[in-house]
Design a binder for this molecule. Sequence first.
Ligand code: IVH
Length: 672
Amino acid sequence: MNQDEAKLRIDTLTHELEEHNHHYYIQNNPTISDYDFDQLLKELEALETQFPTLAHQNSPTKRVGGDITKKFKSVVHDYPMLSLSNSYSKEEIAEFESRARKLTEADMEYVCELKYDGVAIGIKYVNGIFERAVTRGDGAKGEDVSANVRTIKTIPMRVRGEGFPSEFEIRGEIFFPLDGFQKLNEAREQSGEPLYANPRNTASGTLKNQDSSLVADRNLDSYLYGVYSRDRIAPTHYDSVKQAGEWGFHVPDERKNMIRLCKSIDEIMDFINYWDEARHALNFEIDGVVIKVNDFMQQEDLGYTAKSPRWAIAYKFKAAEVTTELESVAYQVGRTGAITPVANLSPVLLAGTTVRRASLHNADQIEKLDLRIGDHVYVEKGGEIIPKVTAVEMKQRPADSLPFQYITHCPECDTELIRKEGEAQHYCPNETGCPPQIKGRMQHFISRRAMDIEGLGAETIDQLHEAGLINNIGDLYDLQADQLLPLERMAQKSVDNMLEGIILSKNIPFERVLFGLGIRYVGETVAKKLARHFHSIEAVMNASLETLVEVDEIGGRIAESVVEFFSIEANKTLIQRLMEAGLQLSIPEDQLADNTDILSGFSFVISGVFERHSRDELKELIEKNGGKNTGSVSAKTSYLLAGEGMGPSKRAKAEKLEVKIISEADFESMIN
Ligand code: IVH
């Protein structure tokens, strides 16, 4: 394919993929199978690698992330990002409405919308192309998080249709859908990492992550609620939102009552009352409803205070809350031995569901609330998925109630609990004798993200453990058909499946085995980092605290946990057994064959596009040869690997800091 043919094909593929994306994410009406979509994407990726200069800045291939932002650039907003005045009182909403109505003799119209509980974003489009996305910051200037926002599939990289101004900004909210948030926390629980508190803060943290591929994995979503431009787009706010919808933006769906034109305070109240209930069924969080004067001229007449428009107000929902009695406290023991206290409550209806249990987090939390059995407690369903106890109704405290006693021994195995300095959680240290820890570790090992053993599920692990057949993951590899067949619900076929699944798991790569071991704080990403750095389980086992923390992104807490895990005799024996069973406990020689440590100790920044390699290939080559990739030039950078179209500011910075600037050819001769 020559340059011209490639350009044509890249342009066609880019356009086609954008269209499919729009149908899938905005219209909820896919026009292509996932498989075919991936094929087109792969074709585009290959062409972009072969002809890097022809790739579009906002190519669909960017949706999967990969760009690293070391420091987010501070950007002055073209239009200040104001906030909304808000109120929890319906009277104040009525006062707002009558104040606005006084302004005009004419009929007044309002637009009611949801108040999405996420992170505000301003996205600028120039000639219909995504230019940059900036966070709210202090309202006057924010941070450029473009690389991360490019991965959010409901945000178009190119405006559809026509008639849009050559420059405009779309404002909206980015949020973490609840189902995805829950999955993320489940995965963290599995790897023994602390859970994220709520979707909003997690969305905000995610948006400021340096690694856009992590952002892509998290599948954030958006709703857009405002268009700003020097050219008039429509006479009213309502029409401008409609227009934005036609241009391909994710705007609220009128058929689902997410946006409504209202002519009276009664209609506004209907909208508020509807969503106060209906919000619990949404797959994202809202914290209220926004009421805006519809007509732009009337908006201008009403004007602004220093902080917020006088033409809009937010009605905020109170977090759903009830009181009920605390009957008892139960304690759950996790796979890592962490103890979580859970409140058992008198069943009570809250936000449409019956609540029987609420999270209490840890002993400190109970102490802070001054909680006692028999207390009447406030239970709230706010940003968190699991309801929580927020306070005690002291007036109703029974006269004979006794101060709360936190358990001192494991509820499952009666071992004395420990609490490490600086940690809130109590732990049961009886790793090898405490049933939920034993079973939990095996269940983690076989789980989809770890060894993914077909024919074996959490319940079967329970069953096999109770039958005395397995006590640790090593035992799985000694299981025989004649031991299994006599068990309940075990037919020949299921036994065959299970044993075959176990045998096949011997091919699972080292990094997943390492994750499957269930070392505290060693989640999937950390396991990958460790595997790629150390190459074999022996090397990880022999690594000292000092060598561990030298690995990119491995901190003291993780390092300590790894060292501790391998200092336990039973774990060393276990590894020996897994080795004998034939699991992948190192990266195979042929994969390591091209690895060297020529670049060890050197750190690289890659910028621009290259003739013979894609940036990802270069990054991989650097890592394979022992070097380190970083996102921005600093005094610590050894080389700036410069391709075509590298930004002048990067070059200037490298020159100032006397960082060596090298070409693709220089790099090739370094590693060959
Ligand atoms: S309009 C001039 N509409 O609420 C004010 N804001 O305090 C323009 N928000 O951080 C904002 N949903 O990001 C507007 N439907 C909606 C909204 C909304 C959520 C956020 C916004 C801002 C905060 C305002």
